[in-house]
Design a protein around this ligand. Structure first.
Ligand code: ZN
Length: 235
């Protein structure tokens, strides 16, 4: 089973419980010697590490017990920076907070993709934003970024409303909306078309993605009361 590690909890002396997701379930399992430097399984002691794991049969423990591990992949690219590590912290904190534990596995595909994007050198701020924006879908927020959500006009788009679910045109705007710049709206449109992130990243700057992430997190906090502390490391 392919998994992505979302968290580690110490258990007894050198053992640990790994909290992880696969594409079809959220799973907690016991790893003997997780905190032992001599144990080959200690590579799982890293958030967002990915691996193929096999569990022991039998139910002598409260948790399934790791039997074997192959294809371990570190989330870190060969060359990494402060921003890379801060982004990885952000992604794992978001996964742990945005959905209830039993639903976290729904994020498997987009998380796997985000980790690959970071490893292949896509702007960390762009990955942060697109991951957050896609993760909101699993909270029930699907956004329309190609026409006004009220009148379906594709012209004179002047704002974006998280509450109403997407673009708003000049005729339908209300005063209470967050202000969005034309460039931010174009970036949202481009993300919505699903074009390759490597192509998008040449058109916009990191501060633009940071600003959009900030607005989205403000909405997340207001709408579902989730606050992502590690975002401070990216500001
Ligand atoms: Zn309209």
């Amino acid at each position: 089973m392919q998994i992505i590690v979302l968290g580690i909890t110490p258990y007894k002396e050198k053992d640990g419980i790994v909290h992880a997701i696969s594409y079809k379930e959220t799973i907690d399992f016991l790893v003997k010697g997780l905190f032992s430097s001599k144990n080959k399984y200690n590579c799982l002691n890293l958030n967002l590490a990915r691996a193929n794991v096999e569990m022991l049969d039998g139910k002598s423990y409260r948790y399934p017990v790791l039997k074997d591990l192959t294809d371990i992949k570190s989330p870190l690219p060969s060359k990494y920076s402060y921003e890379t590590t801060a982004t990885l912290l952000f992604l794992s904190e978001l996964c742990n907070k945005i959905l209830p534990v039993e639903e976290q596995y729904l994020l498997y595909d987009i998380l796997d993709k985000a980790i690959e994007e970071i490893k292949s050198g896509v702007d960390c701020y762009l990955v942060t934003f697109t991951f957050l924006f896609s993760a909101l879908r699993y909270q029930g927020y699907e956004f329309n970024t190609h026409e006004c959500v009220f009148c379906h006009s594709k012209k004179n788009i002047v704002s974006f409303s998280f509450e109403d679910g997407g673009f708003v045109c000049r005729d339908c705007i209300a005063e209470t909306y967050y202000p969005f710049t034309g460039e931010e709206l174009r970036a949202l449109y481009d993300i919505g078309t699903g074009i390759d992130l490597l192509e998008i990243q040449n058109k916009y700057t990191s501060p633009l993605w940071l600003g959009l992430t900030n607005k989205t997190l403000t909405f997340l906090q207001d709408a579902i009361g989730v606050h992502i502390n590690s975002f401070n490391l990216l500001k």
